[in-house]
Design a protein around this ligand. Structure first.
Ligand code: NAG
Ligand code: NAG
Ligand code: NAG
Ligand code: NAG
Ligand code: NAG
Ligand code: NAG
Ligand code: NAG
Ligand code: NAG
Length: 641
């Protein structure tokens, strides 16, 4: 009812007072929103500030404004802002309030999807991994420890958001509570009620709070709650009448809203790149607008999963670094055919803003950069893990080691001579998610969650057995959201459970920014072990407007991680694709000194046999044709279970 307050005032003859008041609410009588007392429907697009460098926020928002959008929709990833319990970051690329101010300045309203859970193909759906310190925690439920953590976080986030609400002079017209809760297994109305009260407590009862669920009755059943306005999501090609009838089942009156109209779709490593034709998107968009509905296009710009931020789906498949999404603005913010098709449709329903559209940023091919090996993970351990190993009889998980992302080296000694093939078997598919296995520095192969479940190894009693375990991204959707990482079960060698582990948590980002010391000592015999390579390149002089954006590709490399000037750009995996180049925004590069590159190659570099280089090119390739099926099998052919 709070949302109706301004509307009622208007009819009480206080028009002059109301005219100066900013208000946003729902007009149930006329099935629409009401902005400043007038009927309103929005055309919105999704942008995730966490996937675009701050440097480019303004450019992307301007392009969205010039497409004719009234609003943007963004998620708040909890784990991006509270990396450790009680440690909050709201600066730099995480300066949410600055992002909101930019939107306001450009004239875009904001639909805020505040969480706590967001899905978003983002690590663990935005939930912080440290929640798993209570192993039995039931996420997204009335579990008291979960609620206590949510309570503390929302007590930090929501008071910051209050000043940015529309009726308080800011751009935020609506705030989403939870996300697609009806697709989760807990169906806990007490939890939704708790969130409803918590949001109202911090934001007041004038704000429009809403939920979003798949446009299917079964999802809406557990995802909606009296007092939270129920909206739906569906993509082009869906039956629009049927989808909105399902929304009407939950909300008999009020505006029709599609909160996620899919302009494209997500990718997985080892799968085909997904595209949705611009003509199909445009046609469906036009139909939805003709229904008088409000709409948010998911995504309007997808952006990039920098660093380790990508999520994963079950059966386990991780999402790549690019979150291009085949959206109307590309990963790099380029104007596409789909952008202009959508703009044209919007122009049929409202007046488009006047003025120039910011152009696509130029891209530059800096060319080949030679790399040299600096050492293996094994012989750089002092730099990578300055605090040394944690010892334990049985293996500990990443969370138990308080290492939430990246890599941990698990080490034990072979208890006996393994002269013949001896099988190394993690119980219950317990490698989360990949282990690069070596014995005294001799590579034995890769164990991979759901794909390669065991490995034969050889080595002498007393030799070091090393498993460099990579967290390739936490499950972001569904009941396996509580995704523990590392060696999450015991591991057997032959019949025997291996014991007496030393676990080295690796702080690679810090070691890279401090500079890795050359430890190769001329040893180039162990190229197949996970190893670091470095190189540098200078921005050419005499060419105006450099540095510009670029893309980096990895000829002959297999799988790994790359840092540029200490910035963790993301994962590369050209051996499975579909992504073959990584986007490098210009603001990561400098003209004043050489740009420093560090590559961690996990499986096999080209350096022993071919040219040891990476290459900066001016075109993205995220749809490499790699004959996935056969390649994927070949890659895992040693033991495809
Ligand atoms: C779309 O759904 C409506 C309502 O359920 C139904 O009447 C109509 O036949 C459907 N249209 C198509 C093309 O399936
Ligand atoms: C392992 O084999 C070596 C010979 O290669 C032998 O000297 C040693 O005793 C064996 N160790 C065990 C534990 O069997
Ligand atoms: C060990 O396994 C390989 C295949 O992985 C096989 O070629 C070889 O014959 C095996 N050796 C023994 C001694 O079983
Ligand atoms: C492992 O070694 C055993 C015994 O030699 C053999 O039967 C099996 O095929 C090998 N497995 C693989 C994956 O090489
Ligand atoms: C490993 O096995 C030991 C002994 O059976 C058991 O106490 C321990 O809980 C197991 N650890 C894991 C992670 O399963
Ligand atoms: C590291 O040292 C080895 C041996 O001296 C040398 O071949 C290699 O080029 C060096 N690598 C770097 C990155 O300096
Ligand atoms: C790259 O490394 C060199 C040598 O350590 C250093 O002088 C330079 O400032 C670094 N460049 C950047 C952009 O940090
Ligand atoms: C990848 O996309 C580009 C640009 O749209 C297109 O020209 C190319 O044919 C596509 N390649 C594959 C293998 O689908």
């Amino acid at each position: 009812m709070g949302a109706l307050f301004p509307f009622l005032l208007l009819h009480a003859g206080l028009a002059t007072f109301v005219a100066s008041q900013r208000s946003f609410g729902i007009d149930y009588a006329h099935d629409c929103f009401l902005k400043d007392g007038k009927p309103f429907r929005y055309i919105s697009g999704s942008i995730h500030y966490s996937r675009v460098p701050r440097y480019y926020w303004k450019d992307r928002l301007l392009k969205m404004k010039m497409a004719g959008l009234d609003a943007i929709q963004t998620y708040v990833p909890w784990n991006f802002h509270e990396p450790e319990a009680g440690v909050y970051i709201f600066s730099g690329d995480r300066d949410l309030e600055y992002f909101l101010e930019l939107a306001e300045e450009i004239g875009l309203l904001v639909i805020l999807r505040a969480g706590p859970y967001i899905c978003a193909e983002w690590d663990m759906g935005g939930l912080p991994a440290w929640l798993l310190e209570k192993e039995s925690i039931v996420l997204r439920s009335s579990d008291p420890d979960y609620l206590a953590a949510v309570d503390r976080w929302m007590g930090v986030l929501l008071p910051k958001m209050k000043n940015h609400l529309y009726h308080n002079g800011g751009p935020i017209i609506m705030v989403q509570v939870e996300n697609e809760y009806g697709s989760y297994f807990t169906c806990d109305y007490d939890y939704l009620r708790y969130l409803h009260n918590l949001f109202q407590h911090h934001l007041g009862d004038e704000v429009v709070l809403f939920t979003t669920d798949g446009a299917v009755k079964t999802f809406l059943r557990c995802g909606t709650l009296q007092g939270l306005y129920a909206t739906v999501d569906f993509g082009p090609g869906s039956n629009i009448t049927a989808a909105f009838l399902n929304q009407r089942h939950s909300e008999p009156k009020g505006p029709l809203v599609n909160s996620e109209f899919y302009t494209g779709w997500l990718d997985h490593w080892g799968g085909r790149h997904t595209t949705v034709p611009a003509s199909l998107v445009a046609k469906s968009l036009s139909n939805i607008l003709a229904h008088g509905a409000s709409i948010n296009m998911y995504m309007f710009i997808g952006g990039t999963n920098f660093g380790y931020w990508n999520g994963a789906n079950m059966p386990y498949a991780a999402q790549p670094t690019s979150y291009d999404y085949d959206a109307p603005l590309s990963e790099a913010g380029d104007l596409t055919e789909k952008y202009f098709a959508i703009r044209e449709v919007i122009g049929m329903y409202k007046e488009l803003p006047k003025g120039p559209i910011p152009p696509t940023t130029p891209k530059f091919a800096y060319g080949e950069v030679a790399l040299e090996k600096v050492g293996t993970v094994r012989n750089l351990l002092n730099d990578l893990s300055p605090s040394g190993p944690v010892k334990s009889t049985y293996p500990l998980t990443f969370v138990q080691l308080k290492q939430y992302f990246g890599f941990v080296l698990y080490r034990t000694k072979l208890p006996r001579n393994c002269t013949e093939n001896t099988t190394l078997l993690p119980l219950f598919d317990g490698i989360h998610d990949r282990a690069y296995v070596s014995v005294n520095g001799v590579s034995q192969g890769v164990l991979s969650r759901s794909h390669v479940l065991k490995l034969n190894i050889t080595g002498k009693a007393g030799a070091y057995l090393d498993l460099l375990v990579e967290n390739t991204g936490r499950v972001n959707y569904g009941r396996f959201n509580n995704d523990f990482k590392g060696l999450v079960s015991n591991i057997t060698l032959g019949e025997e459970i291996l014991t007496d582990w030393e676990m080295y948590p690796l702080d690679i980002d810090k070691a890279v920014s401090q500079g890795l010391h050359n430890e190769t000592g001329g040893d180039i015999s162990s190229y197949e072990e996970p190893s670091f390579y470095t190189g540098s390149f200078s921005i050419p002089s005499g060419i105006p407007d450099l540095p510009q954006d670029t893309y980096v590709q990895f000829p002959g490399w297999t799988k790994g991680q790359i840092w540029i000037n200490g910035f963790n750009l993301g994962r590369y995996w050209p051996a499975v694709g579909p992504q073959a180049t990584l986007f490098v925004p210009s603001n990561f590069l400098v003209s004043s000194s050489p740009n420093n590159i560090t590559v961690l190659e996990l499986e096999g570099s080209p350096c022993g046999t071919q040219k040891c280089l990476i290459e900066f090119v001016d075109r993205p390739n995220i749809n490499a044709s790699l004959h996935y099926e056969s390649d994927f099998k070949k890659l895992f052919s040693r033991d495809f279970v």
